[in-house]
Design a protein around this ligand. Sequence first.
Ligand code: ATR
Length: 277
Amino acid sequence: MTTDLYCVMGNPVEHSKSPWIHARFAQLTGQDLQYVKRLIPLDGFRKSVQAFRAEGGKGCNVTVPFKFEAAPLATQLTPRAELAGACNTLRFDGDEVFADNTDGVGLANDIARNAGVALAGRDVLLIGAGGAASGVLGPLIEAKPRRIVVANRTQAKAGVLIERHSALAARHGVRLEAPELHEVRDAFDVVINATTTSMSGAGVPVPPGVLKPGALACDMMYGPAAQGFLDWARQHGAVARDGLGMLVEQAAEAFLIWRGVRPPSAQVLAELRATLA
Ligand code: ATR
């Protein structure tokens, strides 16, 4: 029997932890697979997917900046990927391409299972309305918080994002709002940073009053790219959480899509944290 081949496609991709995570998932579940990284030329995503399929690749993860180019390749697109307008997971079934976005469910699972915070009935602030925010809003709504406020420097983008999710929010009884950034004054149980401000050192674009005492403050990034937000959150009495758990949980969902087996994500997250410490 041949070993099934998977990869992560991105640019840059050098520092991706996905090969390590999927190799560990495979070991722990007894699955025979190989998972590699592929650095894709910025204008070569579609061709690279074709070439990988021709090599016998069974599926791939898609990361920055190709997530928006992945959806048009799908012959079957999940509703959450359609809503996000972006995909991070492709599975190749003969001529068919199944495409999903597991980022949002990864974040929601990390908050619920690894951070131990139930989103149901809570007030959530999502800062940002770019690709990262768009990828997670649907699954956050499905976790049934009381209210999600999407706050973005360019308010119009937040407006478009909540409009696109309004039917889903109505189905789940969730209030969705997109105020101007400077109008965000309430305090929230959970604050999620989906901006790139920590990476650029621009500072957190909302006042610390958005954090209820003991609030959970999550950055979708990890390492130095999340540090500014995490320091700010801790300074103001919040429980700070980086995006490493989201990374492992989105990978676990992709693994489930490919292999039909749920890997022990909490164990792999603990191991990954230990290797990075
Ligand atoms: P990603 O795919 O990582 O989400 P993106 O689509 O470029 O990247 O989105 C970056 C997000 O960070 C956006 O919400 C952006 O706000 P704008 O939509 O107004 O551009 C936000 N962002 C980046 N720099 C910022 C800054 N200095 N202050 C506030 N928000 C910032």
